[in-house]
Each structure stands twice: as structure tokens, then as C-alpha cells.
Ligand binder design. Sequence first.
Ligand SMILES: Nc1nc2c(ncn2[C@@H]2O[C@H](COP(=O)(O)OP(=O)(O)O)[C@@H](O)[C@H]2O)c(=O)[nH]1
Ligand SMILES: [Mg+2]
Length: 342
Amino acid sequence: MSKQVDKIPTNIITGFLGVGKTTAIQQLLKQKPADETWGILVNEFGQIGIDGTLLSAFSATLTDQAQRIIVKEVPGGCLCCVAGLPMKMGLNMLISKAKPDRILIEPTGLGHLQQVIKDLSGEFYCDVLALNATICLVDPAHLNDAKYFENNHFQDQISLADVLVANKTEQLNSEDKARFMDFSSQLLPAKQSVLWTHHGDFSADTLTLPLDAQRRSQHLSAHLKHSHTHQHKKEPLELFMDPRFERNHGEGQDLFSYGWVFNQQQTFNLMALATLLEPLEVIRLKAAIKTEQGCFAINSVNGECDFMPISELEMSKIEIISMTALPWQQLEKALCESLMPK
Ligand SMILES: Nc1nc2c(ncn2[C@@H]2O[C@H](COP(=O)(O)OP(=O)(O)O)[C@@H](O)[C@H]2O)c(=O)[nH]1
Ligand SMILES: [Mg+2]
């Protein structure tokens, strides 16, 4: 007699760079039943991977649930470009090692979502995963900002979503609120649900809503029209080596990423690093750092920089995503000058 194997309910949590996807996953993890194991697959545009570190540090604070949260990171490029081997390896490892009761996937804010959905609902995974609603977070203020609104990825994410979540709503003015209401009510086909929240706080019941197969197939055929033309360039920037860190640089989709991973012995001076990073006006900056005052997560979206204490880290990681090429040598020199003297 063949054994019935339950498919693993899986959701993609999507949205543009810095909109609050990782924050939403943290809120969902708080609602995880203590006897369930959840697997989280995170992919980042940059090469070094920080969300995985932050999610693991966060799950360690959830005392009851921590041991049943498994985070797997797939750094380097958008999920569709690494959707081949690295993503499948990451996902397969999650499925086989963690045997999760539920999977949440956070693709980079720039991935070609259609391809990811197609792969996850294709023959390779259809017997293993039950792909549920795709949940897209949007900062309603971005509807009035051409940098976001005219971006293909931003638009794709919204049209492919089954559930739209307006996030960061606590900082909206009434004009932005009205614009979002208007916009979301006119979307066709209509969304299964439109939620209104801040700090990614919505009910985990949303995860059980189904994926709309019709929406998916419409977009898969539309997708054929605009083919996959973007490229990711990975340049190691290995002009000279420094034993204190490794550096990474990536380029693609009109964005530049710069990352540094410092070795375990290096500790930053918190004030010096804050003075360096806070004025940087880049589209996204993420870091997990060791300082003389403890460990911190740094999150900056469009120049708004936020430092949050976190649990112990093995090493410091800093990643910057910019719409223009940055003078990375200068930045790197300043980062090194912000290290505590040995
Ligand atoms: N003001 C405000 N900040 C938020 C909200 N949600 C997330 N953030 C912050 O936005 C930054 C980026 O969030 P993150 O979850 O890392 O975004 P992701 O890049 O989409 O994963 C972090 O500093 C979050 O604390 C919100 O509703 N309001
Ligand atoms: Mg994230």
C-alpha cells in the first residue's frame, strides 16, 4: 500500500528591497505552533547573505520555538538566476534535513517571481510542496515614487501577488493612504485579500490562503513577452587582500552590491561605524556587526538607518546596495578605520 505523504505548505513572501519581508517572517515565526518545524529559505541580491544571520539570531530569542526553526540562506543574485542549482540544493536540504511542517521563502526584492513560482509549482516539486498564496508587501508611499513604481520587478511582484499587504502604514499621510486604497481596489484580477499593517504584523492564517492558479498562468504567459534579460556580474574586487576581511561585489539589474565579511577577531567601534554608515544615502544597507558595546543588526532603507541589539555573532557582515557605483575603496578604508585597535 502506498504511503500518503503530506505536501509541505509553502508561501513566497515577496516585495521590494527593504519593504519589510524579513520583519514579516519574524512576526509569522512568533505565531508558529511550538510543535511545528518551519523552514525559511532566504535569498539575497548581495553575495554575502545577512538576512539568514538576522533570522537565526531572531529565532534564538523565541525560546520555545527556536529549535524548530531552520533557516537556509541562498546568497548571490536573484532567486530566478540561482533558481537552478543553488536554490534547489537549499530547498532540498531544508526539506530533507529539517522535514518542515511549513516553508516560507523570501526571495530578493528583485527576483523574477514568475520563474520562481513556476519552478516551485513545476513537476520537480509538485508532489512535495503545496504552494499557497504569494504574499506581497508594499510600502504605499512607494506608489508615488517613480523609482519604485516604474520598476518592472515592483510591478510584477504586485500583479503576481494573491495577497497584498500594505506595510509601514504608521508613517503614511492621508494622501498616500487614499492612493493605495484606490490602487488596490482597481487591481485585476482582484486580490484574495488586501491587508493593512506595520512592522509586518499579520495573521499566520493568511498563509493558508491558496495560490490563484489562474493568476499564475496568466502571468506565466505574459512573462514570455518580456524575456529574462538581466545579468548578474560578480566581481571579486581582489585588487589587494587584507587578512581582516573578505570583500564581494556584484552588479546586475542596474544595481551595485558591495559586501564585507570581517574575520572573527575584528570588532567595530560602534560610534565610529554609526558616524560612517548613517549619512550613506543608498537604497539598502544591511549589516550584522560585533562592536565593543555588543552585537547589532543595522538596517537602512533609503538613508533611514536603524541599529538594533541582537544576540552573539561569530563575525561582522556588511552589505550595501546602491543604484550608482560607489567609491568602495574609500568606504573600505573608512570601515577599517572604524575597527577597534588591536
Ligand atoms: N517604520 C517602519 N519600519 C519598518 C516596518 N517594517 C519593517 N521596517 C523596517 O524596515 C527595514 C527593512 O526591513 P526588512 O524586513 O529587513 O526588509 P526586507 O529587505 O524586505 O526584508 C528594517 O529596519 C525594519 O525594521 C514598518 O512597518 N514601519
Ligand atoms: Mg530581507
